[in-house]
Design a protein around this ligand. Structure first.
Ligand SMILES: Cc1cc2nc3c(=O)[nH]c(=O)nc-3n(C[C@H](O)[C@H](O)[C@H](O)COP(=O)(O)O)c2cc1C
Length: 196
């Protein structure tokens, strides 16, 4: 698949099969993230590639517990409100049960931390599409990036004292009729362009 097609047909997939992704495909996707541009060519993204189902379950538990203790308010960012509401109901799986979650951390005192992370995440989502797998950007761990339990867990994996999580992506074989990722034609109504 060429770059244009991989970019234009990438859509979010939120239903995944309980089927592991081959290591060489994961490596290819992670490499796409590592090749993303970074401010000042700093290359301070730190990728945590999680395929251990017990860790994915533990993360989902910690996140659900943390969100269930928060309160919603009028005008709150809709997606955060959904995370809180579903967590209070006790059935929230923020990573959609995908077999692989790639979490990206960066330096907490670096001004381009989220921008660099987002560039890496987009590269990985486009590469995932080119590999005929599905992906979805996952923001919940960024919202919980000062949560003590999450910090403790990631520090046990090697997260450094000065690093925090800024984004993540769920990946997997899509649970779809044709086995392919969601490639529904995107309807672009916003994203204004001004030519000068
Ligand atoms: C910064 C950012 C955060 C996002 N967070 C989430 C998320 O936490 N969960 C989710 O299901 N989708 C998330 N998304 C995916 C968007 O909802 C999705 O990209 C958007 O609705 C457009 O749909 P498409 O990806 O299918 O084109 C996020 C996307 C971005 C860019």
């Amino acid at each position: 698949m060429d770059a244009e097609k991989a970019i234009l047909t990438r859509r979010s997939t939120r239903r995944f099969l309980n089927k592991p992704i081959e290591k060489q495909i994961i490596d290819k996707i992670v490499e796409a993230g590592r090749y993303a541009p970074s401010g000042g060519n700093n290359q301070t993204n730190h990728f945590f590639v999680i395929t251990d189902q017990k860790v994915l379950e533990k993360l989902a538990d910690i996140a659900q517990n943390a969100f269930s203790q928060m309160e919603t308010y009028e005008g709150m960012y809709r997606s955060l409100m959904t995370s809180i509401t579903l967590s209070k109901q006790g059935n929230y799986l923020f990573h959609y049960g995908a077999p692989c979650l790639i979490v990206v951390a960066n330096k907490k005192d670096y001004g381009n931390n989220m921008a660099d992370t987002a560039c890496a995440l987009e590269n990985m989502m486009v590469m995932t599409n080119a590999c005929d797998l599905g992906s979805c950007y996952i923001n919940q761990l960024k919202w919980l990036n000062e949560d003590e339990q999450i910090l403790k867990l990631f520090r046990s994996f090697g997260l450094k004292e000065d690093e925090r999580i800024y984004g993540a992506v769920s990946l997997g074989y899509p649970d779809s009729e044709d086995g392919l990722p969601n490639r529904k034609q995107a309807e672009i109504k916003g994203n204004q362009v001004t030519y000068i």
